[in-house]
Structures are given as structure tokens and as C-alpha cells.
Design a binder for this molecule. Structure first.
Ligand code: SAH
Length: 207
């Protein structure tokens, strides 16, 4: 029922704005965004905007999700950590790109809903964890890729520690003004950072 809206979103908002990575486009074509928004928003689920999911949180805008995933360059055998499960939409996309996904959510209700939804939709390589993303999730570390969908004022040290050698981490960083930052760790553990673009995400809260 939403197939034509979905292809239009991919064509106009993703390809139309420069997303080229076939892996990302394919993964985003396979995930039904309408299943991750609230009932009343179903008809606008493929608009290129963030939408409220309750608890003051939003499901991220498709273009920004695609942009971040393209920059992250996720490989099929990667283990990925996401901070901020929210609706579960991005976790579902990540699960199509990587071997294994761990996603951490701090709001208990969103954690429960997200976990149930992802299970019901049959995504099997995702572990949904209830907890504070500032701590990361040591049990499954190190991660080849880490993605934050809420903005800390500085990149949390624990997450940098849990990033594998040759790993990449992408995060919106800042307060009122935020920038998307790509942090890379080389094979010797040396860190480099690149500033990508100004963005606006919900703040990463503390427990
Ligand atoms: N990726 C989500 C976007 C959710 S918005 C999606 O596709 O829908 C950001 C999410 O980060 C919110 O659900 C919020 O509750 C969560 N969050 C904020 N601070 C956090 C923290 N310290 N640890 C874990 N999750 C956090």
C-alpha cells in the first residue's frame, strides 16, 4: 500500500539529494517506515521530515538517516552499535546492512515498544538494550561502527573505547548548535575527526 510513497521518497529525497550508495538505498527500500510511526502519522510516513514518536522524541528524517549511513560505509560482516533506538526504524535499516546490531534506548517505554516491534516484524539480528548510551554496551564491544541518533555535547569516551580498530563512529555533537562529526580510529588506535554538516537532533540525555 505504501510502496509508491516509499519509492518516491527514495527517488526524490534520497537520490534527488545526492545519496548514491546502493546498499543504503536498498536497505531503506526494504524497511516499512509506516510501521515505525504513530497511527495518526501513517499517511505522512514517507515525508522527508522527523515525526514525533511520543516522550518528546522523534523518528529521524530519512535523508539524514541515509546520509549518516552512507558516510559510515557499513560492511556486511560488521557489528554496529546504535545509541537511541527510538522507534526502531534506523535499527531495522542497520540490520539490513550489517551482520549484527546492538541498539540502546534510555526511555523504558520506547525500549519496550521498539523491542516488541522489531521482533514482530521479524528482525532477528538486533539486540535491543535498555540503558544509558553514555555507557555504551561493553558486553558486545568492540563495534566496527557506532551511530548516535541523539546529540551529546561531546563524544562519550566510553563509545570511543568500544570502537574497534579501523572503526567509524558518527554523531551529532553540540547543544543548540550541533554538527555531525565522523570519528575514525585507525589500525593503531589513533583517532581522527571530521566535521560534516550542521544538524539538529534531540539531545542525548543523562540517566
Ligand atoms: N534512531 C531513532 C531516532 C530516535 S530519536 C529512530 O529511528 O526512530 C533519539 C532517541 O535517543 C530517543 O528515543 C531518546 O530517548 C534516545 N536517547 C536520548 N538520550 C539517550 C541516552 N543517553 N542513551 C540512550 N538513548 C538515548
Amino acid at each position: 500500500m505504501f510502496e509508491s510513497e516509499k519509492s518516491k521518497m527514495i527517488k526524490d529525497h534520497l537520490i534527488g539529494r545526492g545519496i548514491r550508495d546502493a546498499r543504503v538505498l536498498k536497505a531503506m527500500s526494504s524497511v516499512p517506515r509506516e510501521k515505525f510511526v504513530r497511527e495518526r502519522d501513517k499517511l505522512i510516513s514517507y515525508a522527508d521530515t522527523p515525526l514525533s514518536i511520543g516522550w518528546g522524541q522523534t523518528i529521524s528524517q530519512p535523508y539524514i538517516v541515509a546520509y549518516m549511513l552512507e558516510v559510515l560505509d557499513i560492511e556486511k560482516e560488521n557489528r554496529v552499535l546504535e545509541i537511541g533506538t527510538g522507534s526502531g526504524y534506523e535499527a531495522a535499516i542497520l540490520s539490513r546492512l550489517a551482520k549484527e546490531v546492538v541498539t540502546v534506548e534510555i526511555v523504558e517505554e520506547l525500549y519496550k515498544d521498539g523491542k516488541r516491534k522489531l521482533e514482530n516484524l521479524g528482525y532477528e539480528n538486533i539486540e535491543v538494550v535498555s540503558g544509558d548510551g553514555y555507557r555504551g554496551y561493553k558486553k558486545k564491544a568492540p563495534y566496527d561502527r557506532i551511530i548516535l541518533s541523539a546529540a551529546p555535547t561531546d563524544i562519550p569516551e566510553n563509545l570511543v573505547d568500544q570502537l574497534a580498530a579501523k572503526g567509524k563512529l558518527i554523531a551529532p555533537v553540540g547543544g543548540i548548535f550541533q554538527e555531525l562529526i565522523l570519528l575514525e580510529k585507525d589500525e593503531f588506535g589513533k583517532i581522527s575527526k571530521k566535521r560534516l554538516l550542521p544538524v539538529r537532533f534531540v539531545p542525548m540525555v543523562r540517566e
